[in-house]
Ligand binder design. Structure first.
Ligand code: GLC
Length: 481
């Protein structure tokens, strides 16, 4: 099958969050399936351009029509990837190549990514790579299913399109004028993109895609409710017949405690106690916490964003530190008020709290390995990957039972039996604290049961092979539609 995957980020080239991880592992997993030809298209950001590791060759150039504009696009072919996935980068100095800083957050993001979406379709046509299916991701490529229907039908008549929602919070809103000014789609598509007079790119994608998926089964159900859907509950309920959840995997080749080069010691699911203890001691030293083997180390690797449940932690952190002998370590950057809060907490409790306000993949791996309990109290979580990384490294998750967290971390009972972690159902700080305390209690009073719980997590198969096959099944289904 010919598969084109379109996204605004993909590791190792560019990554701001989980989408980047998925765009590293899913194309690779699909290309391992016999008979598949997989192409991945990403923007040619300055960061990628300036990285000498990536060898590219320009193989096409053309102009992309955006309303009254004709914008240049160059297609850069990556020549030194060896796993069978063909990567192309879309080059445009104005939209991508000449901009410093974060990849999202500019005033003209809607225009930048609509340019990218159309350039992707033009690339497929220009290279004569006519895919059976296009799989596109989040609002940045949400114009693709709409443009495919509205404008590219004659060029790609048999190509089917799947739209995948990784996070419904970001939808690609634009002023109503954007429709004529930038998109210039046939008038009958105005209604499909309309939300109260504005343009909503994700709404158009949900309506126009042949199938819509999201990244866990529970999140697919939650998306029907206003509490989770950020205004798109009606649209998503209407599309329920074509909406499916496929829970992400993780890259088990990269995330492997037996081989991960970032770790100071290695261990396996069969023998992890010594190796994990060595990782914990080294981690405590690295982040400036006292090296105490028996004090439980609570860890978190996260974007410091509201929906990650940080308000719950902020609410009860002092009480937790007062009532429990434990250490707390947080790694991440994000909203300034959270960054300040955790810096202050670390100043107040220098021997017990460490705030690493930075983005550091090596340290993240050492945290997955060196921690005892992994906190993930997200208010909503489409899938979440780090709870799976943590389990793979033998760190027991404490999570809010929502979205992908609910699907990947079944709750253990008081004595640590049956589940994979500690969970709480209703989103409030006291319930979070109570589930955390169950974890701490087991760690202190029944180390054997705690280790059995760690082992069960390490034994789970979180590889991409199973989800990749589910994507294939849906691709086939689209082709039969
Ligand atoms: C988004 C979601 C996260 C998910 C990731 C990859 O970042 O917030 O839950 O794991 O996408 O699908």
């Amino acid at each position: 099958m010919r598969i084109a995957i379109l996204a605004s980020e993909g590791a190792p080239y560019v990554k701001s969050g989980g989408l980047g991880d998925v765009m590293e592992a899913l194309p690779a997993a699909l290309s391992r399936i016999e008979g598949n030809e997989v192409v991945l298209i990403l923007p040619y950001y300055k960061k990628i351009k300036e990285n000498p590791k990536y060898e590219v060759e320009q193989i096409a150039q053309f102009y992309v029509g955006l309303g009254w504009r004709q914008q240049y696009a160059g297609v850069m072919k990556l020549t030194n990837r060896t796993d069978g996935v063909q990567v192309y980068f879309i080059d445009n100095l104005y939209y991508f190549g000449g901009r410093d800083g974060a990849i999202y957050g500019d005033m003209d993001d809607a225009e930048r990514f609509c340019f990218f979406s159309k350039a992707c379709l033009d690339t497929l046509v220009n290279l004569d790579f006519i895919p059976d299916v296009i799989q596109c991701n989040d609002w940045q490529t949400a114009l693709v299913p709409t443009a495919l229907k509205a404008q590219y039908g004659p060029l790609l008549p048999n190509t089917r399109c799947m739209f995948t929602i990784h996070n419904v919070e970001y939808q690609g809103w634009a002023h109503g004028d954007f429709f004529d000014n930038v998109l210039a789609l046939p008038w009958e598509y105005r209604g499909r993109l309309d939300m109260g007079g504005s343009v909503n790119l994700m709404k158009g994608a949900i309506e126009c895609a042949d199938l819509v998926t999201t990244v866990s089964e529970s999140y697919a159900k939650e998306l029907m409710y206003p509490y989770y859907a950020h205004g798109l509950d009606r649209v998503l309920s209407d599309a329920a017949w074509k909406l499916t959840g496929i829970t992400n995997g993780i890259d088990t080749g990269t995330f492997n405690p037996e081989t991960d080069p970032a770790l100071p010691a290695h261990y396996s699911k069969k023998a992890f106690v010594k190796g994990k203890a060595a990782c914990k001691a080294a981690l405590q030293q690295e982040v400036g916490l006292p090296q105490k083997a028996d004090v439980p180390l609570l860890v978190m690797v996260t974007r410091l964003a509201g929906h990650k449940g940080l308000d719950l932690l902020c609410y009860m952190a002092r009480r937790l530190l007062w009532e429990e002998d434990c250490q707390l370590l947080i790694l991440g950057t994000g909203e300034a008020h959270y960054e300040d809060y955790f810096r202050e907490l670390a100043e107040e409790f220098p021997d017990r709290v460490s705030a690493q306000i930075t983005f550091n993949l090596g340290l993240a791996a050492r945290i997955y390995a060196g921690g005892d309990l992994y906190l993930m109290p997200s208010k909503s979580e489409p899938c979440g990957l780090s709870q799976m990384n943590a389990m793979r490294y033998g760190t027991v998750p404490v999570v809010h039972a929502t979205g992908g967290l609910k699907d990947t971390v079944p709750g253990a009972d008081e004595n640590g039996e049956n589940g994979l972690g500690f969970t709480f159902q209703s989103y409030n700080a006291d319930d979070f604290l109570a589930s955390l305390k169950r974890g701490l209690h087991l760690y202190r009073n029944d180390r054997k049961a705690f280790r059995a719980l760690q082992k069960r997590g390490m034994e789970q198969d979180f590889s991409w092979d199973v989800p990749a096959q589910k994507y294939m099944d849906l691709f086939h289904k689209m082709l039969e539609q």
